[in-house]
Design a protein around this ligand. Structure first.
Ligand SMILES: [Zn+2]
Length: 287
């Protein structure tokens, strides 16, 4: 049995997000997120398939855009935020279709893809717990120009587009954080365009692995060769070569589709400077 728990409401005295709702087992086998692993054994033993019990605990809000909001603004969003589990490969938006929900990833990873020429797909944005999917709604655009695909399964909070627009109008803090995220995405996209033009596949792979690591908050994650090829804009054979080189240098390990970053500092040194440029932009924006 695999159970998972979603943070559910506030404790007004502690002013923290501190009550969990337990959901029953998931057919896709979602793993317990990190905070749930911290629960004591006897608490985990109380979980049963189909049960719904409440456990008190204190955890931070895992999506950083939501976490940056003043608590009074965040509380107003709670009634319209819905916890969802997103599976690897799930398509959240197709191009030219209406955006029905925006998503705030907790520990999942979503890439935005677009096509060139004869339908060849390319990835240009990677979004995890630092931001949201569907940010164009903040600019009044409710038809997605891109495909959004879940590249790392996990949990997210989602909100109906109409609810987001209403809250966006009402909350100056939500507007500020949304605009800041748009700015940071522009930095990421501009850097990626130059990166693909000037840097070799091995450097770019090191960069994307580090970006993935930052967004899922883990040194180990599942990633397919196909996705790596999309991220890097190269053929799968080039992905294989770059991956083997990083393995030979003992910077990463690879086993059955799972990448492990073995030497974080070494991988930063192997990556092009684009990784640091984008990371610094995020750090400065939140300083
Ligand atoms: Zn680069």
């Amino acid at each position: 049995m695999v159970a998972y728990i979603i943070a559910y409401s506030f404790d007004s005295k502690l002013d923290s997000f501190n009550v969990f709702e337990v959901f029953d087992s998931s057919p896709s086998g979602i793993e317990l997120p990190r905070f749930e692993k911290q629960l004591r054994t006897q608490e985990l033993q109380r979980l049963h398939t189909g049960s719904s019990i409440l456990l008190a605990n204190t955890i931070p809000i895992r999506n950083r855009l939501l976490a940056a909001l003043p608590r009074k603004d965040y509380r107003k969003l709670l009634p319209v935020l819905e916890p969802v589990e997103l599976a690897f490969g799930e398509i959240l938006y197709e191009p030219r279709t209406r955006i029905r929900h925006v998503y705030f990833p907790s520990d999942c990873l979503v890439s935005m893809l677009t096509t060139v020429g004869s339908g060849r797909l390319g990835e240009f944005e990677l979004i995890g717990s630092e931001g949201m999917i569907g940010i164009c709604v903040a600019l009044g655009i409710v038809v997605s120009p891109f495909r959004a695909v879940v590249q790392g399964g996990g949990t997210a909070m989602r909100m109906k587009t109409a609810d987001f627009r209403r809250n966006f109008s009402a909350s100056a803090a939500l507007r500020r954080e949304s605009f800041l995220f748009i700015h940071l995405l522009m930095v990421q996209i501009a850097q990626t365009a130059l990166c693909n033009r000037f840097h070799v596949a091995e450097q770019r792979m090191a960069r994307w692995l580090l970006m993935t690591c930052d967004r899922v908050n883990s040194n180990e994650f599942r990633i397919t060769q196909e996705f790596l090829a999309l991220m890097l804009g190269v053929r799968r054979v080039s992905v294989s070569v770059a991956k083997h080189r990083l393995q030979e240098r003992k910077l990463i390990g690879y086993h059955r589709g799972a990448i492990t970053i073995l030497d974080h500092e070494g991988l930063v040194a192997a990556a092009c400077e684009c990784y640091k440029t984008v990371k610094d932009a995020y750090a400065q924006a939140h300083a």
